[in-house]
Design a protein around this ligand. Structure first.
Ligand code: 13P
Length: 315
């Protein structure tokens, strides 16, 4: 088995999934604002340390996606990646540099940054492209091309690329529309991955589920979401891809858990796992509220949610 395939398989090992803790400086500041905490490198680390140090979390979490700031920080005099590895958790890194006019940027100098991240301990990476329904056609091609170039650069250095083309849930569209756009997007992404000779067995796909728009009057049930999602993926995702790690994208923790359970009840030729940010963190963030005395309760909330999501994989 190649190193890439080995890492990809480890990330989607039975009962485990990925914690996305790679919020950008701006995003974490927004999340902290809601709980009355000022974001700075120290408070960001205090919060993330609490997540990573949660006793027992390694039973449910195979990997953590870090932000550039965090991969350079320390826990107990160890680098954050070394600390995670000591718990049996693989460190990963977000390498895109955000979105400008609906196109994700970050290819400039990426090769050198990947070398640096590899030396810092990163075993896998993430690049997120965003597609808005109704404006989808404008930038799919360009975003897909960048995703493929990023993935190829990662694999040159034995870093597993997580390829994330996210069709946003914003809007009042129905399930069918989400299915149509997601199918189109994924088809183009896999064409580009092929063009750039990305090894499918050494990558993971991080897609949105097929769900109704956030503002749609009729919200599809978890069973409908699961069926539409599996149908879509079967049409466009090659079986060589070892795992699909869904994003939560604004679903509540319960929705993201229930939908993952229904997806696994249907099943597919790939591991069906998670790479959740908000759905794993929402409850723990609220319980913490920036206070040291709340850490035990916040860690309990995090462990409980991680266990529920993990169990949703093992139905
Ligand atoms: P959400 O689960 O909050 O969508 O975050 C996952 C992620 O990493 C987005 O890039």
């Amino acid at each position: 088995m190649s190193t890439l395939n080995q890492t990809a398989q480890a990330l989607v090992a039975q009962g485990k999934g990925i914690l996305a803790a790679d919020e950008s400086t701006r995003t974490i500041a927004k999340r902290f604002e809601k709980i009355g905490v000022t974001s700075n490198p120290d408070s960001n680390l205090a919060y993330r340390k609490m997540l990573f140090m949660t006793p027992g979390i390694e039973q449910f979490i195979s990997g953590v996606i870090l932000y550039d700031e965090t991969i350079r920080q320390e826990i107990d005099s160890q680098s954050v990646p070394a600390y995670l590895q000591s718990k049996g958790i693989l460190p990963g890194i977000k390498v895109d540099q955000g979105i400008v006019e609906m196109v994700t940027i970050g290819l400039d100098g990426l090769q050198d940054r990947l070398t640096e991240y590899k030396n810092l301990g990163a075993k896998f990476a993430k690049w997120r492209a965003v597609i808005t329904i109704d404006e989808e056609d404008a930038h799919i091609e360009e975003n897909a091309e960048s995703l493929a170039r990023y993935a190829a650069l990662c694999q040159e250095q034995d870093i597993v690329p997580i390829v994330e083309p996210e069709v946003l849930m914003d809007g009042s569209h129905d399930l069918e529309k989400c299915k149509e756009v997601t199918t189109k997007v994924l088809r183009i992404v896999f064409e580009k991955l092929k063009e750039h000779k990305v090894a499918l067995e050494g990558m993971l796909l991080k897609p949105n589920m097929i769900i109704s728009g956030k503002d749609a009057q009729v919200q599809a049930s978890a069973k409908e979401v699961a069926k539409a999602t599996i149908d879509t993926l079967k049409e466009v995702v090659p079986v060589e891809v070892p795992g699909i790690v869904f994003l939560s994208g604004g679903q509540t923790p319960d929705q993201a858990t229930e939908n993952l359970k229904e997806l696994n009840l249907i099943g597919g030729p790939w591991q069906l796992s998670f790479s959740y940010g908000r759905a794993l963190q929402e409850e723990t963030l609220a319980a913490w509220a920036g206070k040291d005395e709340n850490i035990p309760a916040a860690q309990k909330a995090f462990l409980e949610r991680a266990q529920k999501v993990s169990e949703a994989r093992s139905v």
